[in-house]
Design a protein around this ligand. Structure first.
Ligand SMILES: Nc1nc2c(ncn2[C@@H]2O[C@H](COP(=O)(O)OP(=O)(O)OP(=O)(O)O)[C@@H](O)[C@H]2O)c(=O)[nH]1
Length: 331
């Protein structure tokens, strides 16, 4: 194993820590709350949709397929003002990989099945007008008990709308979809309409989270997601999906000067020396940029000062090694 260290910690003014306030007790007003799984093959726009539904970026998005490896929840609460309203708890799923069968992909597929189990509603996302083997493999995982909406995303890419009707008929023969929602995840009116539809499927019960909570993922998890997003964005198409990010250290400190402060050390694991060189870039410029952009975003997300230290390590064949996968936190 070879390794390179680059420190990217630099100074920024801290901001105040925000306290979480639990919702006040509600009596009489109706609250709805439930779980919604977003499933679909890679690149159909699941992460884009989740972020639009939650109203703030939570899951990472990228032009590259399969950047979402973990089950991620986003929470959206729409209060009615009288203590009632609806809380949508979204479950995003990793891209369902059909092409390769490494240990990593098997682990991803297990996560998809797990994410669907026990939810109130499933959003099966496809590209409008299209149905491939990849879509079919995800559809095969769905059960007929759970209400399932057929979300035909990227409608803006369909120039001949007349083609949608025969496609829809074909889709209805494939699965007993509860409803059909043609839309674009990039169109806010479509997203609002989808929320209204989802609401009807959520049971009447008290909210699980306070109104201002957006995700139940730990800050440590967000750190690895943010670093990974910057890594993919700043390396373009050059970097294979098998690279990953491990958080080695996540220490919270309180200091008089900075208020709350978090020290993070993260390792980017790649398969080849060439990939390592690609990430580091000339004179370490690229790694420095990845670190700076990740730190800035984390400071916004966690609302505190962040020191981020990034390492790059080479471990060949990690995506095929189940024991190593477990040690990296994949089940
Ligand atoms: N034209 C158009 N593009 C979209 C729409 N929704 C998403 N996209 C694009 O499709 C690409 C993939 O979107 P993602 O949200 O990352 O897809 P995903 O399904 O989460 O992908 P994985 O993480 O690989 O599972 C991105 O380039 C998005 O900008 C849409 O409604 N219209």
């Amino acid at each position: 194993m070879t390794e390179t260290k680059k420190s990217t910690a630099d100074g920024q003014e801290p901001s105040e820590v925000q306290a979480h306030v639990e919702p006040a007790g509600t009596q009489g007003a109706t609250q709805r709350c439930g779980l919604i799984a977003i499933v679909g093959k890679p690149n159909v726009g699941k992460s884009t949709l989740l972020n639009a539904l939650v109203g703030q970026k939570i899951s990472i998005t990228s032009r590259k397929a399969q950047t979402t490896r973990h089950r991620i929840t986003g929470i959206r609460t729409l209060p009615t003002g009288d203590g009632g309203g609806t809380q949508f708890v979204f479950v995003d799923t990793p891209g369902f990989q059909t092409r390769h069968s490494t240990a990593l992909n098997k682990s991803l597929n297990k996560t998809v099945v797990g994410a669907i189990d026990g939810v109130d509603l499933v959003l099966f996302v496809v590209e409008a007008g299209s149905f491939t083997l990849g879509d079919a493999k995800v559809l095969a995982l769905l059960n007929e008990r759970t209400p399932t909406l057929l979300v035909a995303n990227k409608l803006d890419n369909v120039h001949r709308r007349a083609e949608i009707a025969p496609w829809l008929k074909d889709m209805q023969e494939r699965h007993a979809f509860t409803e059909f929602v043609p839309m674009s995840a990039k169109n806010s009116k479509d997203v609002a309409r989808l929320l209204t539809i989802c609401e009807r499927y959520l049971p009447e019960q008290g909210w699980w989270y306070s109104e201002d909570e957006l995700t139940d993922k730990s800050e440590k998890f967000l750190c690895s997601e943010v670093v990974r997003e910057k890594l993919f964005r700043l390396t373009g198409d050059e970097l294979p999906y098998t690279s990953t990010v491990i958080i080695d250290k996540f220490d919270e400190e309180k200091s008089k000067a900075h208020g709350r402060m978090v020290r993070v050390a993260a390792t980017i694991v790649v398969e080849r020396d060439g990939h390592k060189a690609m990430i580091i870039g000339e004179k370490g410029e690229r790694l420095k940029r990845i670190g700076t952009e990740a730190r800035q975003e984390l400071e916004k997300l966690m609302d505190c000062k962040v020191f981020l230290e990034l390492w790059v390590k080479v471990r060949s064949g990690w995506a095929d090694d189940e024991a190593r996968l477990r040690s990296f936190g994949y089940e």
